[in-house]
Design a protein around this ligand. Sequence first.
Ligand SMILES: Cc1cc2nc3c(=O)[nH]c(=O)nc-3n(C[C@H](O)[C@H](O)[C@H](O)COP(=O)(O)OP(=O)(O)OC[C@H]3O[C@@H](n4cnc5c(N)ncnc54)[C@H](O)[C@@H]3O)c2cc1C
Length: 249
Amino acid sequence: MISRGPRLITWQLGVLAEIVQETPRVSSLYFDAPDWPGHLAGQHVDVRLTADDGYQAERSYSIASAPEDRRLALTVERLDDGEVSPYLVGELRVGDKLELRGPIGGYFVWRGEEERPLLLIGGGSGVVPLMSMLRHRSHVARKAPARLLFSSRTLADVIYHAELEHLSSADGGLRVFHTLTREKPAGWTGYTRRIDEAMVKEVVWPTQDMVDVFVCGPTSFVEAAASLLVAMGYDPRAVKTERFGATGG
Ligand SMILES: Cc1cc2nc3c(=O)[nH]c(=O)nc-3n(C[C@H](O)[C@H](O)[C@H](O)COP(=O)(O)OP(=O)(O)OC[C@H]3O[C@@H](n4cnc5c(N)ncnc54)[C@H](O)[C@@H]3O)c2cc1C
């Protein structure tokens, strides 16, 4: 009998169906991908660009949409001196095709059937896979209590701000905490500093037992947040991390 090995992940074409500008530097790209096999919240795709001379560049992007959503969404921050992101946010147009490969990743995923509380900590575009988890959570019947601590530079940089407000106001089991690291706007009631122990203590549940923790963002942000949690007594194995690289948030 032939055993079925792991599914081969091949490149496929997504057709850009819609662009939603989230902040001045960040846009969500909604793709129709007819051959998409489905995904779990937290997974990512590889994107491949090919220049006229054959030069290729590949980058990873988290999936922003819930598994239940009809279209595959990516949310990309434009780094002005970057190679790939200025093309995705700025040049790609509705109707254009993009090479995608995925879904990728089996560790940084939340399946939604757990009743354990869900603690999400995101910096900048690191909120993207966490948003996929919250969108997925909004579809499941038995919702685990969830808290998101989200660090952004300024109020204008808060990705998904209105949707997060909407999700948390419609659902007593979800609380969203914002911190701004480079601005203290008048009337702002959230935090205005980099995340620290006092902040995390205010946000998390008193008991650390059986909490699913996902931390995502620029490498330095993830390392700082994960170290804080471990110093507070969290089991390092329970703190799942995804690093986006040196830059960002
Ligand atoms: C699993 C995963 C998921 C991700 N998900 C997302 C997501 O959802 N959204 C998102 O916006 N990003 C995400 N990223 C980051 C993304 O993959 C890219 O790294 C990002 O978009 C920058 O790519 P770029 O080609 O525009 O920039 P690059 O050309 O790669 O440059 C990035 C930065 O590094 C600097 N740089 C480039 N080369 C060098 C060098 N040799 N020395 C020093 N500095 C240099 C550039 O100046 C620039 O500021 C994810 C990364 C990973 C690993």
